[in-house]
Design a protein around this ligand. Structure first.
Ligand code: ATP
Length: 363
């Protein structure tokens, strides 16, 4: 069992408050990803869990024991850093053995563990090499190996794939996922990359300005973002937003902006009834827009002008404009469309999001 609990965790560097009242419950064997823009406090939160940063207030519990005052070495966690942090003068085997030697493990046990980790990571033939004789991907594997041999209660990963090129990053992402399947160790992973967060996390914690915005399974965040920030951060290309006023006419609640007007589907209109007459933000993902066809509800269709046509092979990303609002739409790759063409787009009625213009919370 290795549960990690974080209660009302705060961190201040002098007067700068960088982690604010963070509450988290990370279950045994879970892979939880902290994601958010640069400076949102995710690394600081991870470092407090690791014991590398003092807690200003709040509690951290590992397996029901408060560890606030426990030194990092005694927390039974292993951390993998972005810069690998390998000892340059030691061989791969030496790097992997170091933490175990410090903990006075028997030589035979160290050898068994290194062999096992090297087999898992496919680095058996690199054990005698020095870090400078390795590629970036191989170094990252060694850093993972060093964490694996410890057989810790919790793995902490701080942007471990950021220094790798795009292709290798995708490959290592898959390997990390397999590794977690195999070892089942509780893991906390920090990244600013929402794709990494969505693909790796059993659950994802989205942070902004030191505050947790939403915690949920990847699809939960994608389908039902709690606020405009999460809606815009999760998903690529990003969700489109239109600043509108809601106005009730003839039994329909309309979202209106200059050059743009749609009638909200009944369920959403019901939820938004108390917002009639007020400003709000409509959100729709590019993949939830399509070229309007006969069966589409007319109140969810609107006219746009094509401004940029990005042919990606598997889809076309159309940058369009309706009055003052721009919409990116992902459409069929076979569509013949040119800049300045006028088109009618339709929204998928079940995929429409609405946010309070002031609080930015989902309505
Ligand atoms: P990044 O992805 O850029 O690493 P992050 O979300 O991990 O960002 P943190 O590294 O946790 O963010 O930093 C949060 C805030 O705390 C930032 O504004 C940063 O400048 C500040 N900060 C971090 N460490 C210190 C420090 N030792 N002293 C003062 N301020 C710090």
């Amino acid at each position: 069992m290795a549960e990690v609990l974080v209660r009302k965790l705060n961190k201040k560097f002098d007067i700068t408050h960088v982690v604010k009242d963070v509450d988290l419950e990370i279950h045994d064997k879970e892979f939880v990803v902290f994601v958010g823009p640069s400076g949102c406090g995710k690394t600081t939160t991870l470092r407090m869990i690791a014991g590398l940063e003092a807690v200003t207030s709040g509690e951290i519990l590992i397996d029901n024991a408060v560890v606030n005052e426990v030194p990092p070495m005694d927390r039974d966690i292993a951390m993998v850093f972005q810069n690998y942090a390998l000892y340059p003068h030691m061989s791969v085997a030496g790097n992997m053995a170091f933490g175990l030697k410090m903990r006075k493990f028997a030589k035979s046990e160290i050898e068994t563990r290194i062999k096992r980790a090297a087999d898992i990571l496919g680095i058996g033939d690199l054990l005698h090499r020095k870090p400078r004789q390795l590629s970036g991907g191989q170094r990252q594997r060694v850093a993972l190996g060093r964490a694996i041999v410890r057989d810790p209660k919790v793995f902490l990963f701080d942007e471990p794939l950021s220094n790798l090129d795009a292709k290798l990053r995708v490959q290592m992402r898959v390997e990390l996922k397999k590794l977690h399947e195999r070892l089942g160790t509780t893991a906390i992973y920090v990244t600013h990359d929402q794709v990494e967060a969505m693909t790796l996390g059993d659950r994802v914690v989205v942070m902004k300005d030191g505050v947790v915005q939403q915690v949920g399974e990847p699809l939960e965040l994608y389908n039902a973002p709690a606020n405009r920030f999460v809606a815009g951060f999760i998903g690529s290309p990003a969700m489109n937003f239109a600043e509108v006023t809601l106005s009730a006419t003839n039994g329909t609640l309309w979202a209106v902006a200059p050059g743009f007007k749609i009638g909200l589907p009944a369920a959403l209109a019901q939820r938004a009834a108390s917002h009639a007459g007020k400003p709000a933000t409509v959100g729709i993902r590019p993949e939830d827009l399509h070229i309007a066809a006969a069966g589409d509800p007319p109140e969810l269709c609107f006219e746009v002008e094509a401004e940029v046509v990005e042919q990606l092979g598997s889809e076309i990303l159309l940058d369009t404009r309706a009055g003052e609002t721009t919409f990116v739409a992902s459409v069929e790759p076979t569509l013949r469309v040119r800049i300045h063409d006028r088109l009618r787009l339709a929204m998928n009625p079940n995929r429409l999001h609405l946010f309070d213009a002031r609080t930015e919370a989902a309505i």
